[in-house]
Design a protein around this ligand. Structure first.
Ligand SMILES: [Zn+2]
Length: 259
């Protein structure tokens, strides 16, 4: 089975003790690549270290996460932007809006999100979007900058049918699906039946959101198999087909054939 974990924070300290084993299990499960979104200036060192250690397998993105937007946002944003002239990245991410944890910097979050959307046009890269209680606001920002010039993924999609429709109507945006789809109380499987596999890519969001039966434990890329199984059930197809289509979607969005 072919899988690409399109959103994983395995560079975080939760993996310090057994990262080699985590990568080995991931390869054995059929995961061909793991894409690593950045968070902020503090996470740069770890992100780059893992990307160098597993070159070509763990591939970095670059961006400033909305929950890291605080008083020092200007300095952070400058330093993050600088990274693009020093290395190559597969996407601008993760970027977006988070109105769930804290609305203090809502205005700044929007400004910074739109600025980073412009970078993705400047560097011709896709974007990985983090949206919490803010899908419509994110869509507004995307339209402000230019939906036809942008492409990307709404990572960890867990929204409503209306939100799904609005995202897909942007034209070039996919849904990142993770362990949440396996949760018993999740309505996501019903909502996903309104679309098809052509709009879906797989992710972990490790170390968070481990699928059933690992729910509550540390998540890792090999667990994406459980997400593939659930999608096969939803779309009444084989694991191989889910793997094939979602891998193809991810390869196209992130231009993985060039890696
Ligand atoms: Zn993330």
């Amino acid at each position: 089975m072919r899988i690409i974990d399109t959103h994983s924070h395995i560079y975080s300290e939760e993996f310090d003790n057994d990262i080699d084993d985590v990568i080995e299990r991931s390869k054995q499960a059929g995961v061909e690549k793991i894409l690593l979104p950045n968070i902020d200036v503090e996470s740069l060192g770890r992100l780059h270290a893992i990307s160098d250690q597993y070159k070509g397998y763990c591939i970095p993105m670059m961006g400033l996460h909305p929950t890291s937007v605080g008083e020092d946002w200007k300095e952070q944003l400058d330093l993050i932007k600088q990274q693009f002239s020093e290395r190559s990245y597969i996407a601008v991410g993760e970027i977006g809006l988070d109105l769930y944890w804290d609305k203090t910097y809502e205005k700044e979050q929007r400004l910074i999100f739109e600025e980073q959307l412009c970078w993705s046009i400047e560097y011709n890269l896709p974007v990985a979007i983090h949206s919490r209680d803010a899908i419509f606001q994110c869509i507004e920002c995307i339209r402000n900058v230019g939906a036809d010039r942008l492409r990307g993924v709404f990572h960890s999609f867990g929204g409503s049918e209306e939100e799904l429709e609005k995202i897909l109507s942007l034209g070039n945006f996919l849904l990142g699906i993770n362990g949440v789809v396996t949760f018993k109380n999740s309505t996501l499987s019903t909502i996903l039946r309104k679309t098809d596999l052509n709009h879906i890519i797989i992710e972990t969001d490790a170390p968070y959101l481990a699928p059933v039966p690992y729910r509550g434990k540390r998540n890792e890329s090999s667990y994406t198999v459980k997400v593939v199984e659930k999608l096969a059930e939803i779309y009444e197809t084989t694991l191989e087909e889910v793997g094939q289509i979602t891998t193809q979607n991810a390869a196209e969005l992130f231009s993985l054939q060039n890696i």
